[in-house]
Each structure stands twice: as C-alpha cells, then as structure tokens.
Design a protein around this ligand. Structure first.
Ligand code: ADP
Ligand code: MG
Length: 245
C-alpha cells in the first residue's frame, strides 16, 4: 500500500520557485490499477516520479508498505526501487542491445548469475509473448513489441508495483488495447499494483479501478473510476472527460 501525505514539490525555474505539486494526498491499495489523469503540465509525471524517488519531494511523506521512502538513500533506496518497475511512452530501450540484453539488464546490475538470468529472461519473454524476438534489436520491433520488451524489463526483478507514464500514448488503438490488457493480466495473475498516467479515457474505463484527477499540481478528486467519471463533483473533470472521450 502507498500512502501519500501532504506532498509538495517545486522546481527552480529561471531563479523562481515554481510549485508543481501542492499538498497531494492519496492512498493506493494493494491490487489497485490506479489511474492518474489531468491536463498536460498538471504534475502527473512529477507525481509518479516521486513514487520511486526519481524526484525528491520538498515536503510530505510517501509511505510504501509502512516505510517512509523519502528518507531512503544509498543501498536502501536501490533495494526499494527494485520493487517499482517503470514503463514510459517512448519505451526507453537500449537501442544497441538485443531484446534479450534489454530484459537482462536489471538482472545483471543486481548481480544475478548468468544461468539465473537466462532462465528468468526466457520466462519473461514467454510472459509477454516475444520468445521469437529474443535476438532482435529494438529498431526491428513495432511499438507494441517495444512496449512489451519494456514491460518484461520492468517485471524482471519481480516488483510489487509498476509505474506507467503514458505507456500507450504512442500506440494505435488496437495495440493500446493489447498493452492495457497485458497490464491487467499481470495485475490479476501476479497481484501487481499498477499506477498509470494516461490521457486515454478508454484505458481508464477498461482497466483502472480507481482514478485521480490532477490539475495545476493539486488532486481535484480521486476515487472509484465509475463514480469519478460519471458523477464528478468538479466541472473541470466533466470538461476533461468530455474532451478526451
Ligand atoms: P504532466 O506530466 O502532467 O504533463 P509534469 O509533471 O511533467 O506534468 O510537469 C508539471 C510542471 O512541472 C510543468 O510546468 C513542467 O514544466 C514542470 N517541470 C517538470 N519537471 C521539471 C524540471 N525538472 N525542472 C523544472 N520544471 C519542471
Ligand atoms: Mg507527463
């Protein structure tokens, strides 16, 4: 379970402090597929990057399974991050490495043996249905295949959480559906909790049991997906949902 309490984040911009997250409070329960929606520049990526401390908040607490992670550093932070796989809009694959090497990468830096890595990578390739692409390079793959490699890499260390920042935004609708189905499958089968940013309402409706709407650094409303999309209390959400449907 992840509890966010009173989170603030600001960036220095041309000598000025710009507040990007303002008193964010959220609870994400184990097993959730938790959507984060909101206009561009709202602070969604900054928020999700705080979850694994890629961004360090200025104030507030992020309590993951009972531990306030904002205080972690060194080996404890590295160990904690193994529990959080991350996937991105542009896949962030190593272009000069094969599919096999891309997926093996987190296992290699964690010091696993060659035999263990081989067994695990083959298992992961099977899970994302890419066994036949083991020796291919990313440039030879379709967008959907690249994202499946990224998902396999994110799952390599058996994380409890997956953070997904617009992972389907570069994909066509059919491929988007296959990737969101795959995320849902891993959520159901392995109980992986998924936190995902998207601007696609279809993805939210298909797979998210909860959703938070963020605007201008503040959580405007969050809760059960059906209620938030159909009976929002705020006019901003109504507009956003209509514009993105
Ligand atoms: P979203 O993902 O919702 O589009 P972001 O979290 O990327 O929003 O950005 C929120 C705001 O924070 C934007 O105004 C953006 O310009 C600013 N921002 C994000 N990262 C940085 C940074 N590293 N330095 C300065 N400003 C940043
Ligand atoms: Mg973003």
């Amino acid at each position: 379970m992840i509890m966010i309490k009173g989170l603030y984040k600001s960036f220095e911009n041309e000598g000025q402090e710009v507040e990007v997250l303002k008193n964010v409070n959220l609870t994400i329960e184990d097993g959730d597929i938790f959507g984060i929606i909101g206009p561009s520049g709202a602070g969604k990526s900054t928020l999700i990057r705080c979850f694994n401390l890629l961004e360090k908040p200025n104030k507030g607490e992020i309590i993951v399974d009972g531990v306030n992670i904002t205080k972690l550093n060194g080996k404890k932070l590295r160990d904690f991050r193994k529990n959080m796989g991350m996937i991105f809009q542009h896949f962030n694959l190593l272009q000069n490495s094969t599919v096999y090497k891309n997926i093996a990468f987190p296992l290699e830096i964690s010091g696993y043996s060659k035999d263990f890595i081989e067994q695990r990578v083959l298992e992961l390739l099977d899970m994302v249905n890419l066994k036949d692409k083991k020796d291919a390079y990313p440039s030879m793959l379709s967008g959907g295949q690249k994202q499946r490699v990224a998902i396999a890499r994110a799952l390599a260390l058996n994380p409890k959480y997956i953070l997904s920042d617009e992972a389907t935004s570069a994909l066509d609708p059919l491929t988007t559906r296959s990737i969101s189905d795959l995320l849902k499958f891993f959520n159901k089968k392995y109980g992986i909790t998924i936190i995902l940013i998207t601007h696609e309402m279809d993805v939210v409706k298909e797979i998210c049991n909860k959703v938070a709407f963020i605007n201008n650094g503040r959580i405007i409303e969050w809760g059960n997906t059906y209620d938030l999309l159909n009976f929002p209390k705020s006019i901003e959400i109504k507009q956003f949902v209509n514009e993105n449907n």
